[in-house]
Write a new protein. Sequence first.
Length: 116
Amino acid sequence: MGDFIAISHEDHALLDKHELVDAWVALHGRTGSGGATWGVGVELWDGLKPGRLNKFAMSSLKAENMQVLQPSLIKIPRPSEPPLYSPWSDHCGLWCSVVIDKVSRLGWLGRRPPNH
């Protein structure tokens, strides 16, 4: 399992290419609403809209729950002026709880992986 940021079309295709499962898609489907991890709560340029750039890729796991974690604001002190508040990141994090898929895991017991 792992989290990565998919920007290009090639990045988005990596899951299918390597037969990995996107946890968000497994839980919400490809057309499910929400899940944006970039451009949330900020003004975007050139007509861009918030998008789901962060992917949580899995193999032999089952996603049980997934949440998008909004970045908090940090206080930026300024002498003789009111402080500024800014998000600590330009994109959201992901939290995902998973369980091991027993069938896939047990399939390797007592056997060596191919080519090893």
